[in-house]
Design a protein around this ligand. Sequence first.
Ligand SMILES: C[S@@+](CC[C@H](N)C(=O)[O-])C[C@H]1O[C@@H](n2cnc3c(N)ncnc32)[C@H](O)[C@@H]1O
Length: 558
Amino acid sequence: MPTLQFKGKNIIWNHHLAVPFHTLDEVPELHYQPEKANGNMIIEGDNLIALKALLPQFAGQIKCIYIDPPYNTGNEGWIYNDKVNSPLIKEWFGKVVGGGEDLTRHDKWMCMMTPRLKLLRDLLTNDGVIFISIDDNEAANLKLLLDEVFGSENFIAQSVVQLNPRGRTLDRFLAKTYEYIFIYGKDAANESTINLLEKSGKALDAYKKVDSNGKYRELELRNRNPVFHRGNRPNLYYPLYVNPSDESVSLIQDENHKVEVFPVNSRNVDGCWTWGKDKVLENKNLLVGREVSTGAWRIYRKDYLIQNGQKALTKEKALWIEKGINNENGKERLNELFEHNLPFDFPKSIELIKKCLILGTNENDIILDSFAGSGTSMDATIDFINENEVNRKCILVQMTESNEAEPDKNICKNVTRERVKRAIDKYAYESGFKYYRLGIPLDAETMLAGELPTYQQFAKYVYYLCTGENLETEDKINEADFYVGDYGKQAIYLIYKQDYETLTRLALNLTLAEKIKTQQPGKKRIVYAPSCFLDEEYLTDNQIEYVGIPYNLFQRNQ
Ligand SMILES: C[S@@+](CC[C@H](N)C(=O)[O-])C[C@H]1O[C@@H](n2cnc3c(N)ncnc32)[C@H](O)[C@@H]1O
């Protein structure tokens, strides 16, 4: 198999593991109608750190991801800012990508995308799906990268989306009207990765016939495709017998079922049926046999519009050309919300995101957009909820884009947040969101420098580091007893205070160990603490495992 190579690949391939966990801190003054937030979050900051910070709460919990990263056109001037410890990457750090003769701009883009895609994958549910907008600049590279991160077996489609029907006038030779959306599943073998859709419009017109079971259409039982035939599908080649007076079909020839019919393909040579004999036997009442104008006899199966109480479903097409998804609509909506002072250059249409919601989410699912821009994904989610009286949650991540020249620039607060707030107000949506910033890193250096997370924040991370799973019921965390939570036959404790002075004196000592022993009987106790005054023998005898903080914090994860 061809392998993907780019400058920096070896250095960044596992970089996501080295990114420290940070706390996610609420900024209550920037919440909007938090009592109606229902899980909606806007996170201000770099998405590499934000995605890592989301893991302890959301690993394996996100059903649908939509991202619209910088397309790396050579003009948009994004900055590679990931703090990777290597001379090559340090040389790239902080410089605008694509300016002048930047021969490594594709390598930088791949280095930027790789750790983010890996974290996004970790956040997806087993039946989760990711939709990624991209154009010709990086489509080929992105496909190879996605094949490697998600597995080529999880590729679902490279949908062509017509976002600009008039064509981009600045293009050379041909005015492009399209972009792509790459669609990958976390495990595309999982049936619930993508929803089938209820048939509508023309597809419904085919159900013209009616009997006592309702509306139906007739489909030929023979496989017309010449690729399949008697030679390679011998078990699907057998005769059926028709009773000409009532059109009924049988596997056995009798005095009524006299007309023998064999399957022929579109070239009129020996083909095969689409059903085996067992299926025919089970569903005989769905079959009818009829003579056609050429004098040949054909077998049809009835395909009902409503089967087992559910309307017939169909697969969405991979070519997306409906009008609603045009970029023009994205601009129009943003213009309406900002009194024609467009605050963001290329907003997507909410209809495009709603299409992803239809295909990739169900009741109560979470959608995440970590390149949120003007906040289209949350606006679309809230609109979708309102329109269909359903429930979804949305998480957005957007950096401030501040820099030396504009230290106070804050796109997340002034565009992303403001747009969603304005949409809620204008359309009277019963929704809100909570606003977050990235806090301190949870690493030894920061903690030794005296910057400490709250007990609750640290407990969540410790639980995730210890188990690789999220703590489902945070309310069971008990700071007084240093108790974090249970995981199968393990009980997890954290001996910790958000106070540096106290922390230097805290230890797993005999008094605490004896207290812990009386709780959670029969379970192994994993105790995270700054130090331990007990010997190995006592710990082993009492089924206690000690993990030192902050130095050995990550040892159970490795
Ligand atoms: C193409 S725009 C997304 C537009 C969005 N879909 C909309 O409809 O408005 C990409 C966005 O990703 C943001 N971005 C780029 N790199 C980022 C990073 N490392 N962390 C967070 N946001 C980032 C950019 O600031 C920009 O707003």
